[in-house]
Write a protein that binds this ligand. Sequence first.
Ligand SMILES: [Mn+2]
Length: 334
Amino acid sequence: MNFNQAIEAIESAQQILLTTHVRPDGDAIGSMAALQRLIEQAAQKSGRPYRTQLLFLSRVPAHYRFLLAEEPWEVSNQIDPQPIAAADLNSFDLIIVVDTNAVRQLPGLSDYLINHSERVLAIDHHLATDGIGAIRLIDPHMAALGEIIFKLALAADWPLDETAATALFVALSTDTGWFRFENVSAQTYEIAGALVAAGAQPHLIFRKIFQQFPPARVKLLALTLQTLQMYCDDRLAVMHITREMLIQSGARRSHIENMVNEPQQIATVLVTVLLVEQDDNTTRVSFRSSGEVDVNKVARQFNGGGHASAAGATVNLPLDDARSRIINALTAVM
Ligand SMILES: [Mn+2]
């Protein structure tokens, strides 16, 4: 990676806008927060004037807000989304887009970025065919964008304080599933070590990101686990959630996210299914597969879809009927 162009663009800019893809994740938000802090520290060190502004194209999840020094621009409130008013953007002499360089992930903003590409710096670890930005710092071999930002700071000799190190640790740890995915390299651990040395506190970060549920979510999980039934010699695990269970636990539908993964703890399980009763008496079905069974194919039989290992469908049947249909479809292919 050649960092010189990116460093020069950042160090010669005075008004910098930082943005990322819609539905920002920990890597995107952590990288933006870290970059903002690094730019601030570097500018103060060299005594030059600067202004930075964070722009999010959709809402920042509550558990990442501790990373933000000030209220960002968020399309969900302050900013008119379609299109984002050009007047707001013309005052910036550099726009840094992180964790994406794909047009379709930048709704409301992509036309502006294409038309003003000379002022756009894209920093990413994904390959895109419709890549934006005249200046590009892209390395698909990096597990997290946070790794690239760390290397950029090192190459530029920008001071790395506890705030920036914490934000970068969030970036690294979330894009690697807390350092357990296949994308983790020796370098990832080396960078994580450097971030801890600079002040990042993993136990506090883990608590702030992964242990932020209200009691209602855990109550709903307990009720859901009680519905677990095993089929196909314990290779298929099926659970369900009724409206009554939502009321009883006090949980919101958003808390159901990731519950389908729970039975994957069982050694024999290849496929897990979670059926959720909807208010209109249809049933939302989520499928997860550990690889051998293509659940996308099964979801498609019910007008749904997704990926081979994660898919979903909405079945126009009440929960019990949907449940037996889904079990039949899966037993036929397992
Ligand atoms: Mn990423």
